[in-house]
Design a protein around this ligand. Structure first.
Ligand code: PDD
Length: 277
């Protein structure tokens, strides 16, 4: 397995980190998960832009210029002979230094990216999934795709333990997003989702969902909905690079709409299908 690092490509087994690495000790870093379909990137520009935005927000210099990142990411697929559906995980940490909360004057950022096969979640997309609700106990800057994912990890774990696919996060009842996806409420043919403020991740697929609604003349309303609104939803769905567009049929055991994937969700899924292929 060829891994991209800040110094070029290395073999997976030769990748070693010092014990005082800020990514490990402080979660001091950022990441991206990029979708690959049949050996080609999907929404690469959106991901690269967000990568640089996240890095700038926490004062990390991405070790490569934008043009070079594109080249290296293409090389990553070539070197690993990827021609199927996959995902690329890329992370950048502030680097290694004696442990101190404040940044050292100069550190060399550590970057690594690897590619892994990932078939599309076709049966979940077709049949729908269930979710739980969970307190959003994260910080206020979730637009930064930071490595600090403990609240997300614990929320997803609780969903898993309850036999659900995702955790819908809310702050005092106001739904923000899910543990690793964005979420949408459908009522009377309109789509509602939390505005792209600092307290949610601005999903790359979310941007496409907005564009699909535009194309299909569906009103896309950036207005937060509440946990108690869920019972009146006609449809509910989530989106992410790995989950694509997925119907949610039950929340905390309560059936949404008529308990089947709805027509609007199907329309958005169809748009995604056309866009990604
Ligand atoms: N997660 N919200 C959160 C909190 C996320 O972690 C993600 C993505 C999304 C959707 O973003 P996008 O459409 O750009 O994939 C929303 C990735 C897949 C992950 O952490 O594995």
């Amino acid at each position: 397995n060829h891994i991209l690092t800040e110094d070029g490509f290395v073999d997976q087994d030769s990748l070693k980190y010092p014990f005082e690495e800020r990514g490990l000790q402080f979660g001091d870093g950022i990441y991206e998960v990029i979708r690959v379909y049949k050996g080609k990137y999907y929404l690469i520009d959106e991901h690269v832009e967000r990568l640089y935005r996240s890095a700038a927000a926490i004062k990390i210099n991405v070790p490569y210029k934008k043009e070079v990142i594109y080249e290296r990411l293409e090389e990553l697929l070539k070197k690993n002979a990827v021609d199927e559906d996959a995902k690329v995980y890329l992370q950048i940490t502030r680097g290694s230094a004696p442990r101190d909360h404040a940044f050292p004057n100069e550190t060399k950022a550590n970057l690594y990216a690897y590619v892994k096969d990932l078939p599309r979640p076709t049966s979940f997309m077709r049949d729908g999934v269930t979710a739980i609700t969970h307190d959003d106990v994260r910080w206020d800057w979730c637009y930064i795709k930071s490595l600090n994912l403990l609240p997300n990890v614990l929320a997803k774990q609780e969903a898993k333990e309850k036999g659900s696919y995702e955790a819908i996060l809310h702050k005092n009842g106001e739904v923000t997003e899910c543990s690793s996806s964005n979420v949408y409420y459908v009522r009377n043919g309109k789509v509602y989702t939390h505005p792209a403020k600092k307290n949610i991740l601005h999903g790359c697929v979310r941007m496409r969902v907005e564009a699909f609604c535009d194309k299909e003349n569906i009103e896309f309303i950036e207005d937060p909905f509440r946990v108690e609104d869920l019972s009146s939803a006609d449809e509910l769905f989530l989106s992410s690079s790995t989950s694509e567009v997925m119907p949610i049929l039950k929340v905390d055991g309560q059936v949404i709409g008529d308990g089947k994937p709805g027509p609007l969700t199907r329309k958005i899924q169809k748009c995604y299908e056309e866009d990604a292929n």
